[in-house]
Design a protein around this ligand. Sequence first.
Ligand SMILES: Nc1ncnc2c1ncn2[C@@H]1O[C@H](COP(=O)(O)OP(=O)(O)OP(=O)(O)O)[C@@H](O)[C@H]1O
Ligand SMILES: [Mg+2]
Length: 202
Amino acid sequence: MTDSQTDPRQRDEPLTLVVMGVSGVGKSSVAAELVAATGWVFAEGDEFHTQANRDKMAAGHPLDDDDRWPWLRALAEWIGEWEAAGRGAVVTCSALKRAYRDLLCDGHPSVRFVHLTASDELIAERIGARKDHYMPPSLLESQLRTLEPLGADEPGVAVDTSGDQAAVARSALEALDLDVPEQTHAATTTAPTPPPRPTGDR
Ligand SMILES: Nc1ncnc2c1ncn2[C@@H]1O[C@H](COP(=O)(O)OP(=O)(O)OP(=O)(O)O)[C@@H](O)[C@H]1O
Ligand SMILES: [Mg+2]
């Protein structure tokens, strides 16, 4: 660790890492590595979707913004609850548009986006190799069209995901000026009492 880097578990102010990017780029995989490295609380952004949104996506239809605002507000609420509790957190969320990210950041200074990037070909390959999580190719195309990459004026970092998942997580932590001593990886993950979790009827 260099002098400028801070062990995330020693920070006075909690951070919330929003792991973002198109479907299949590796958000869940890299988020798991980030949680193992930091011991922070974790949520899958998809868990905050309404049942109507889940059904729509399962039928292969992209969500529109009217579908997304309640989902993003529920996520922002979760971020705010852990921020107020003083706990670091990691959450996956595609957060493809700037307006979605602005909503998540609003009033939440702890938020840092980790924008995962890869070539379109690599993402399609990863989706194709995934056995347990079917996704029609049309949904990826729609996501790639919608994506507004993380801007230089937004809080966070963009990280290329062509390396393995642990290396990607390490690169993200380094880019955020965070570092975790190697020997303590995965040793500090705790199971805190979470604030109210999303339910299927939100
Ligand atoms: N860095 C990586 N190297 C190799 N394979 C990876 C990497 N990251 C993810 N994968 C694999 O690619 C596939 C997609 O990853 P993952 O499910 O984490 O993506 P996701 O962004 O969470 O997708 P979704 O938005 O659909 O939930 C998985 O099979 C995963 O094992
Ligand atoms: Mg995922």
